[in-house]
Write a protein that binds this ligand. Sequence first.
Ligand code: SF4
Ligand code: SF4
Length: 441
Amino acid sequence: MREGSLEAPTRHPLDWHNPEFYDQSKVEQELGRVFDICHGCRRCVNLCTAFPTLFDLVDASSTLEVDGVRKQDYWKVVDQCYLCDMCYMTKCPYVPPHPWNVDFPHLMLRAKAIKFRKGVKLRDRLLSATDALGKLAAIPVVAQSVNAANKNGFARGVLQSVLGVHRDRELPPYTSRKFRSYFEESRSFPVKDGKHAPGKVAIFSTCYVNYNEPGMGHDLLALLEHNEVPYVVVAKEACCGMPKFELGDLEAVDRLKQVNIPVLAKYAGEGYAILTPVPSCTLMFKQELPLMYPDDAGTIAVREAVFDPFEYFVLRKKDGLLKTEFRTPLGKVSYHIPCHSRVQNMGQKTREMLEAIPGTAVTTVERCAGHDGTWGVKSEYFANSMKIGRPVFRQMAEPHPDYVASDCPIAARHIRQGMGDEAQSAVKSHPLSLLRKAYGI
Ligand code: SF4
Ligand code: SF4
């Protein structure tokens, strides 16, 4: 058996309709097989806390092998995985088509799906219901009360003891001016399709932009307007399904897919580029849904039409259809590439755009910050999430930046929190907002 694979990695579709997918004894057998390969390899020891948990279990077992670890302890490893995909993407030489067929994140997902069916905490169901939570919290008076409570020590103590949301985790504010209710309509520019990307855009705004940081969405629209790209905000959207996916609630993912895909597939069919400003949501349409529905024409059409915003801008630049006159230098920018952008296999498009701005020095940090969507919010994982992020916080603080940015707004908040006093006057800003600032619009 050769060490590592020479072919390009592939990913098998998720066999989630097969009853065996949910068979606990089968999954424990597969966990044992893969854990044994990982124990002999240990390349991923510093990626997250899932691997150290596994190796500690093996090292403490009577046999010093995986066969000495109790099956019920396998689940401790599963709990530590937040499905960032980095082990699959950056480390593992045994991913398919290698015959050992190691897809650690998708095995964790299968185990999480079994756990979900057995019942999960109310807290986990609530945190993953981003759309429902957003709708409720964005009601004007409720938004102000939620935001005030998020900053109130007593209320946070209650939130921690009742719901298990760590009291020290800085939470995003809710807006009472939802993006989808208050956006500027596009002016009617002629559609200029390029060789690499379509000349009209449909925006899937995402729950986060709609309910938490609408400014990012408005910045994206301003950038399109400035570059004379006509846009629409998609007629109807639900959560992309990523929070439910990470919880293993695949039936909920299916329900959300039934809402989103027919709408988005129509835009794809009409020749729109679909932009989603949050990397995890983009990844859901580019990778996870197509792996769940490999034979569904709508899902595949959407996959082909979806772009990360900076991927889109760089392609427009390549087509000679992007304005490149910038008025405002940005100074020093510490920029973090989130895992879910890296998994999209598109190269460092945001860095490329930021570096094209004169008077801008970009320090790029390409390492997991350890938050994930909801994992780092939970009381039992908060400390580990800050620990995983520590090297990122340090590297981001080193150049004494003017701006701290990440494509993932949740990671950016976590990084800014972790940098603490070291960041001093560094301003947290999304790359879309920075690009808008640089254009002076
Ligand atoms: S997917 Fe991410 S969190 Fe999960 S085991 Fe791999 S590196 Fe760790
Ligand atoms: S996931 Fe792959 S690279 Fe990582 S420890 Fe396991 S076998 Fe090694």
